[in-house]
Design a protein around this ligand. Structure first.
Ligand code: ADP
Ligand code: TRP
Length: 321
């Protein structure tokens, strides 16, 4: 089975990214053919400083490798190192109904937040479809917010197959219900673009400060509390086993437990959890030559898979003559 997903290098990666997408991807490499990539073309829709994009791309690559992605076993690459995806995007644009793209939540959200709607933002889901279809992926692990984009991909694949005969695998989204939406420190969805993240590799002092500032209600310390309505509980649960989670829920319901105490526990759990990865990341960051070698190798491997798909598509639509 071919498993594929990408992540934007538009900001520092956080534990929402980790639990919903990065950790499942790293696990998938054990038993499946894994395609994992950093979507820098997509990031151009919101990042307009070259240096920031360049640095974000290197940081995201270091993060994945430090967290255990194996570039020998998996296909690990930077999206724009395989520019064939742009050609496929153009072809797929002709099978992407405007009415469907206008309904995309992420596009509508950006409009609502006051972004000027340029065409890159509008056709973002078509580029994403090309990312997936170019490699004939079966399964795409993502957070819940990407579900609609996956539906658009499936729609485009089916329309193309209908027009030209079986060409693309129609992919399925894979969403882990436990981590479908990780809340940020303000209680909204954790997102690079909301400034409410707990970054995977956040320095110690800063992390402590962020954890202590997680928004909670004002239930007095002695009173019973509802774990299911608490952001701190949702976040610490990501680091707890089932029994530990049950115990903590009981402590919430019993009363006498302050949010400050749970926040301190969350900080230590998270800090310890990522300790070995922090050490590995520091080693990798000390040899950027090796990082570049790894990314070049990934692009070559990915290109070898992309090229025959694109050739077949060019032939079907009549571009090769
Ligand atoms: P962000 O919203 O921080 O910019 P991306 O859109 O780059 O994150 O998402 C990268 C991956 O992480 C996607 O699969 C997305 O669904 C997932 N993801 C991002 N934020 C969260 C979250 N708060 N909870 C669960 N999954 C998330
Ligand atoms: N749109 C995805 C996100 O913001 C990133 C992405 C781009 C992606 N291309 C993809 C995810 C292909 C899965 C498959 O998270």
């Amino acid at each position: 089975m071919r498993v594929l997903s990408g992540i934007q290098p538009s900001g520092t990666l956080h534990i929402g990214n980790y639990f919903a997408m990065m950790q499942p991807m790293i696990r998938f490499q054990e038993e499946h053919q894994l395609f994992c990539f950093i979507v820098n073309y997509h990031a151009l829709t919101t990042v307009s400083e070259g240096e920031r994009l360049r640095q974000g791309t290197l940081d995201a690559a270091l993060d994945f490798l430090a967290l255990g992605l194996d570039p020998e076993r998996a296909y690990f690459y930077v999206q724009a190192d395989v520019p064939e995806v742009c050609e496929l995007t153009w072809i797929l644009n002709n099978h992407a109904p405007v009415a469907r793209l206008e309904l995309a939540h992420s596009y509508k959200d950006k409009l609502q937040k006051g972004f000027t709607p340029h065409n890159g933002l509008f056709s973002y889901p078509v580029l994403m479809a090309a990312d997936i279809l170019l490699y004939q992926a079966n399964v795409v692990p993502v957070g819940k917010d990407q579900k609609q984009h996956l539906e658009i991909t499936r729609d485009i694949a089916m329309r193309f197959n209908h027009a030209y005969g079986e060409t693309f695998v129609v992919p399925e989204a894979w969403i882990d219900e436990h981590t479908a939406v990780v809340p940020g420190i303000d209680g909204q969805k954790m997102s690079k673009s909301y400034g409410n993240t707990l970054e995977i590799f956040c320095p110690e002092k800063e992390l402590k400060k962020k954890v202590m500032s997680i928004v909670t209600d004002s239930t007095p310390l002695e009173e019973p509390k509802d774990p299911d309505k608490c952001n701190v509980f949702a976040l610490i649960s990501l680091f707890l086993g089932e029994d530990e989670k049950k115990d903590l829920a009981e402590r919430y319901r019993a009363g006498g437990l302050g949010y400050g105490t749970v926040k301190k526990e969350l900080f230590s759990r998270m800090w310890e959890y990522f300790a070995p990865y922090r050490a590995r990341r520091a080693e990798l960051a000390a040899d950027l030559g090796e990082l570049h070698r790894i990314m070049r190798m990934g692009a070559e491997k990915a290109r070898a898979v992309a090229a025959p798909t694109l050739e077949a598509v060019r032939a079907k639509v009549g571009l090769s003559y």
